[in-house]
Design a protein around this ligand. Structure first.
Ligand code: GFB
Length: 319
């Protein structure tokens, strides 16, 4: 275990976006850190309103912040609502990062996404590949917002000496995911499609696109664990990839989900839907060198996500 350079014990730790899949996983993981967890409902503070963010941060004065709040969605949602994805994410991250600077937060982690990298980046994608080529059009808005966020953290480190770090998770899944079929990511969509086809006795499920794109997946509890590990051990300008280091084709993933769910029908393809980037496997070398490795395997993770879906621990929301 590398040296702990920042301890969360006894600290006031604000998790922005605590009701989302990542935020709620970070809250679960923080329970064993001996810290006071601060959260704020949307009704209390709209993170897109600078005045509300600065008032809340000034009143609550957290020592540390996990910025997990974001407007998120799958390929179709990103493709359909580019203005919402760019504006909402840009404005909320700028508000929280600047307010954290103003109230002298000791440490902040900004959470981005693997879609920040160029569409055709060399695989596996190293952190240095950032801004080395054009982005995937279907999620360019979200990617630009996330690139801006990580660059803003680096700028506050450079200009003001703030210990603001950035983590770039891969495609995440697990409890608290969004299972709405239009706005969700592929993993929850396949789980829901396979389950509903099984219970209805249907003979096929349709996946979007060709099924040939490759995607890397990490269970959200692993992501939360990696985020807390980085918060305690990492302090530098560069962002850090947070992934499993393995990828799978969407068609193979559909077969694995069908196996876990117990759906035995056919998997057909809807070629009217976009494939998005052909592959976005991130290099896990930096995170491994920082002493962290994933603990939840893909099949085990899918089973956990399926049980969360069945238990109703899913957020039914569309855009
Ligand atoms: O997870 P997903 O929506 O987003 O799609 P991205 C991944 C791949 O799964 C694409 C295919 O090739 C989809 O065409 N796919 C197959 C499906 N069936 C389905 C389905 O029923 N639903 C969905 N959603 N996909 C996201 C970005 O890109 O990655 C986000 O749009 C974020 O902003 C996220 O960065 C991590 O992996 O293509």
């Amino acid at each position: 275990m590398p040296e702990v350079i920042y301890s969360l014990a006894g600290k006031k730790v604000y998790v922005a976006g605590h009701r989302g899949m990542v935020g709620s996983a970070i809250v679960r993981r923080l329970a064993s850190e001996g810290c006071e967890i601060l959260t704020a409902l949307h009704a209390e503070v709209d993170l897109r309103r600078q005045d509300q963010v600065e008032a809340w941060m000034g009143k609550n004065r957290p020592d540390a912040v996990f910025l997990a709040a974001a407007k998120v969605g799958g390929i179709l949602a990103n493709h359909t609502y580019p203005a919402d994805f760019l504006y909402d994410n840009l404005i909320l991250e700028a508000n929280v990062i600047h307010a954290a600077y103003k109230v002298r937060v000791e440490k902040l982690m900004f959470l981005g996404s693997s879609c920040i990298y160029p569409k055709f980046a060399d695989q596996p994608i190293v952190e240095e590949a950032l801004l080395s080529g054009s982005l995937e059009p279907t999620n360019e808005s979200y990617a630009i917002a996330k690139i801006a966020g990580l660059k803003l953290c680096a700028a506050y480190r450079k200009q003001h000496g703030k210990d603001f770090i950035s983590a770039m998770p891969t495609n995440l899944y697990g409890p608290g995911d969004n299972f709405d079929l239009d706005s969700s990511h592929v993993m929850p969509a396949l789980i829901r499609k396979a389950h509903e086809a099984k219970v209805k006795g249907e003979k096929e499920i349709r996946i979007w696109g060709t099924g040939t794109p490759l995607r890397e997946f990490l269970h959200v509890d692993d992501c939360a664990d990696a985020c807390i590990h980085l918060m305690k051990t990492y302090s530098a300008e560069s962002h850090v990839n947070v992934g499993s280091g393995e990828d799978i084709s969407i068609l193979e993933l559909a077969g694995l989900v069908a196996e876990v769910v117990g759906f035995e029908g056919q998997i057909t393809r809807d070629l009217t839907k976009p494939d998005g980037t052909p592959r976005k496997l991130m290099s896990a070398d930096k995170l491994r060198a920082l002493g962290w490795s994933p603990k939840i395997g893909l099949k085990e993770g899918i089973a956990d996500a399926y049980h969360a879906f069945l238990d109703g621990h899913y957020l039914e929301r569309s855009n």
